[in-house]
Design a protein. Structure first.
Length: 540
């Protein structure tokens, strides 16, 4: 069994080994262990209404709703190997078998060759191109290595193992207790929040490091299995971050995003289990009929203009549409059994976004679930130009999905290419842009927004697409002077021992998984799109 001890409690029984017919039983979950208890870890604590639940969310950062902390439908795939020998293998042979099981070989071509094909887009570049560049590039390369190595070591030091936990990483650190907040609401397990899966896969493509592949593989196996529902009424959706992987009541397509699994699928030559999961992601759209993701915070309940929730859903043009679009795009490019329907929905939804007066800046829209048609939200049913911008919209794969779609549209004869590209570039230019430009384009300034370092990659993309050196400079200023990891952070760990901790650990209390993922993506994509501008005067 691969990952035998990392997925405890496991067990292997060997019986009658002194006879001609012995027995070996491999237990994925040991019968000697305590019964598996998957119940929610609390009963709601008196949260009876949506207002109660929203109020508690402000404290615990984890949402609760009766019946939605269920594990029904989650999964865990295991790999079992069977070797036959004519005689007892030598210690060297047995050791080789163990190594092969724990680290099965993977055939991966050079980063430069992968990059040349653009099979994984143009939003990353081989590390060999960084090392031949500038001192700033070298520092970023060092920082990326530090962040990955830190999480790799935290997995071992903090024992992020167990049947359901293996593969995932934690969300937020607690400097007072010198531990990750494993027991505090939505600050515990990460569940793909702000795309760490994407950060690791792009960093692997850049470096082609085996240790990176293994961590990314384990994370992908976990988030696509445990953090996602595979049967039942929630099939196709994932669960927001929480103390238990399934405990938060926010069941969202942004967690089950096909983009996060796409890299592993192709790099392995079409892993069959991940292929099944990519198909399951297509089922997320239908779940909007059953579960309104904005049921607790909707502001249009009193409006006279309503819609049929059986045929339409109010979706985010960021976190929701990016996940649906990624599933449609992957089904189309794989030529899966539903690829023609998926392509039709993708193209129809793209036309709908183009037709919105403010494009992606509209924030939300109504999606016709059977056709993919998009029309303005109820708060702007006449399409006068609604403005609703969120710091989360582009942080769950929207950047990469739009880039992939634009590349795909550029390769076929379609009138969608130019207007969709223009709509996306509008969003990229203005998110981190000055208020005067926002007012000039949309008639109002955006609210005070965060995650500006993570959004610097939107500016970088626009700079590359438009050939605009001014935007390229702005992108690097946003990267260095944004609200993420500044150049002044220590970029080192501290050894914590003695009475402060049960077991000595390496600590970087300034590290946050949200910021790590966004820093990694912004750095990788900034270098891919505008590396030539990093060595010039950035006033940093």
């Amino acid at each position: 069994m691969r990952h035998f001890w990392e997925r405890y409690p496991t067990q292997i029984d060997i019986r009658n080994a002194d006879t001609q017919q012995g027995e070996i039983t491999m237990w994925l979950y040991s019968p000697s262990a305590e019964p598996m208890d998957l119940r929610p870890y609390h009963d709601g604590l008196g949260q009876k209404t949506y207002d109660d639940q929203l109020d508690a969310l402000q404290i615990t950062y984890e949402d609760w709703e009766a019946g939605l902390g269920t594990p029904y439908g989650i999964a865990r795939t295991n790999e079992i190997y069977l070797y036959a020998s004519e005689s007892t293998p030598t210690a060297a042979t047995l050791s080789g078998i163990v190594e092969e099981i724990r680290n099965p070989p993977v055939l991966v071509v050079q980063s430069e060759d992968i990059h040349r094909t653009e099979a994984f887009g143009s939003y990353w570049s081989p590390q060999s191109t960084w090392l031949q560049s500038t001192p700033q590039t070298a520092q970023i390369s060092h920082n990326l290595d530090f962040l990955f190595t830190y999480y790799q070591n935290q997995i071992a030091q903090r024992r992020w193992y167990g049947f359901w936990d293996h593969g995932d990483i934690m969300h937020t650190y607690d400097a007072d207790r010198h531990t990750w907040r494993y027991d505090i609401g939505g600050y515990a397990w990460d569940n793909s929040e702000l795309s760490p899966d994407l950060w690791l896969w792009l960093y692997f493509l850049c470096t082609r490091r085996e240790d990176l592949f293994r961590v990314a593989e384990n994370l992908t196996r976990h988030t696509s299995e445990v953090d996602m529902y595979h049967l039942g009424p929630l099939r196709g959706l994932g669960t927001r971050h929480g103390v238990q992987h399934w405990s938060d009541s926010c069941k969202q397509a942004r967690v089950s995003n096909a983009l996060y699994r796409r890299y592993f699928y192709y790099l392995t030559g079409g892993d069959e289990r991940i292929g099944d999961i990519l198909h399951e992601a297509l089922d997320a759209e239908d779940k909007f009929r059953r579960l309104d993701p904005y049921r607790k915070v909707r502001k249009d309940k009193g409006l006279s203009v309503q819609y049929d929730s059986n045929s339409e859903a109010l979706i985010s043009l960021g976190t929701d549409w990016s996940a649906l679009a990624a599933a449609w795009l992957v089904e189309w490019e794989r030529r899966g059994p539903r690829w023609e329907s998926a392509r039709s929905k993708l193209f129809t939804s793209i036309q709908g976004i183009i037709d919105l007066k403010n494009g992606f800046v509209t924030g939300q829209a109504l999606l016709h679930l059977d056709s993919g048609r998009i029309r303005p939200p109820p708060v702007d049913h006449e399409n006068n130009g609604h403005v609703q911008v969120s710091h989360l919209s582009a942080m769950f794969g929207l950047v990469e999905t739009c880039a992939d779609i634009i590349d795909a549209l550029a390769g076929i004869d379609t009138p969608l290419f130019k207007p969709f590209r223009s709509a996306w570039l509008d969003y990229c230019v203005h998110f981190n842009g000055p208020a005067t430009a926002q007012i000039g384009r949309y008639g109002t300034a955006f609210p005070k927004l965060i995650l500006r370092q993570g959004h610097s990659r939107l500016t970088a993309y626009a700079a590359r697409e438009l050939g605009d050196g001014h935007l390229a400079h702005r992108a690097w200023r946003e990267f260095y002077n944004g609200d993420g990891y500044a150049p002044s952070v220590p970029w080192k760990t501290q050894y914590i021992d003695g009475s402060r901790v049960p077991v000595a650990v390496e600590e970087a209390s300034w590290v946050s998984t949200n910021i790590t993922a966004l820093y990694g993506l912004a750095a990788i994509q900034g270098l891919a799109w505008n590396a030539d501008f990093i060595s010039q005067n950035l006033n940093i």
